[in-house]
Design a protein around this ligand. Structure first.
Ligand SMILES: *Cc1c(COP(=O)(O)O)cnc(C)c1O
Length: 370
């Protein structure tokens, strides 16, 4: 009893020592993964966990996905791959950014699979690999970013370098998957089908989060969702079938009354049209909440949507709580959560939910719940 109490006190003190709390719902991550897996029973569902699992914390997210049944993971960099390997000793881990010059040794030491994105990378991996360590071949069907050109890939059909390099997967990446009406989707699907026909023995992967919602033909053998596992809407403009994953809450430091005509914050970017009640939150752009949401974002206090006023400061945000009677010193405001989903927050900040997630800071108390 005594020790439970002191644990609770320590937790309360710990919370009070920070301005904000980020809660990551791991059961929502795994539910989202299961949802995708169930809707594409012909394909394997992998998980993209680059950028510290989209800001949600690789250390908690990766093992949770493994326990849910996910066996194939994608990250961007070697350092991310090494971190993922330590958490997932038996998983297949692909590195989307390919093979850096001289990197083969480190990849092999950690049993990591490069997604080879050029003829040079392919040749280097094949030369460095005696026993055909697995790797993927990236074919560019329209992004012009990473990957062999379609013609370049087709010319490798039947070439022994494919087997020597241990290629077991051919993949491409969609340019506009979140816009199902964009003709680029059909163009890329057709180009990828030609590539797959040239390598009939290789597994194929094309679909990111939004790609999983396109025609079933876009799914191929392995899905590569990232964003929607973390609650992002794969079909903008339609109801989000995913469960929300992150909740960001900040403490209210002060509540004050201002008269009509008074201003608030740096450069006086907001002026009270009538007498108002303001609350100051202990969270700012240094915590990863975007400054571009100044004068346009919102927070919830007791379920009431309260506008952000003026410029967001480094450590503070000012909120209009005139219509939120629950606002009080020590109370809580929700910046992300409930009606303020990551897509909505991204839009208010003039960006996308992806950037909100990956920008989530390390200044909070972070909690994972299962
Ligand atoms: C990041 C990434 C993904 C995941 O995309 P989401 O839109 O987050 O699902 C898939 N494939 C590649 C090549 C990527 O870079």
């Amino acid at each position: 009893m005594a020790s439970a109490q002191s644990t609770a006190e320590t937790t309360a003190q710990h919370r009070a020592g920070h301005g904000a709390r980020l809660t990551v719902d791991l059961s929502a991550v795994t539910a989202n993964w299961r949802h995708l897996a169930a809707h594409a029973p012909q394909a394997e569902c992998g998980a993209v966990v680059k950028a510290d699992a989209y800001g949600c914390g690789l250390a908690a997210v990766a093992p949770a996905l493994w326990r849910a049944g996910c066996r194939t993971f994608f990250v961007a960099h070697l350092s991310e791959g090494i971190a993922a390997r330590a958490l997932l000793p038996e998983a297949a881990i692909y590195l989307l950014n390919g093979l850096p010059p001289g990197g083969a040794e480190a990849f092999r030491a950690h049993a990591l699979r490069p997604v080879l994105g050029s003829g040079e990378e392919l040749a280097e991996w094949a030369a460095a690999t005696e026993s055909a360590s697995p790797a993927a071949l990236h074919v560019d069907t329209g992004m012009n970013r990473l990957g062999l050109r379609v013609e370049e890939a087709l010319a490798l059909s039947g070439d022994s370098v494919i087997a020597r390099a241990g290629i077991d997967l051919v993949m491409s990446h969609l340019v506009s998957a979140e816009q199902p009406g964009d003709p680029l989707n059909a163009h890329q699907a057709e180009a990828f089908a030609r590539v797959r026909a040239a390598f009939p023995h290789l597994r194929g992967s094309l679909a990111n989060s939004s790609g999983t919602c396109l025609a079933p033909g876009a799914r191929h053998d392995l899905l590569r969702p990232g964003y929607c596992l973390f609650g992002g809407n794969p079909e903008p403009g339609r109801a989000n079938p995913m469960r929300p994953v992150v909740r960001l809450e900040a403490t209210i430091l002060q509540v004050r009354q201002v008269e009509a005509g008074e201003t608030c914050g740096y450069n006086a970017r907001w002026r009270a049209p009538t007498p108002r009640r303001l609350a100051t939150l202990s969270l700012g752009y240094a915590d990863g909440y975007p400054r571009s949401a100044s004068n346009s974002g919102h927070a919830l206090v007791g379920g009431v949507l309260c506008p952000i006023l003026g410029l967001i400061s480094m450590d503070l945000i000012i909120l209009d709580v005139t219509h939120a009677p629950e606002a009080r010193r020590g109370g809580t405001a929700t910046l992300i959560g409930d009606s303020l989903d990551i897509d909505t927050v991204g839009q208010a900040a003039g960006t996308i939910g992806y950037e909100i997630l990956t920008g989530l800071g390390s200044r909070y108390v972070r909690n994972s719940i299962e």
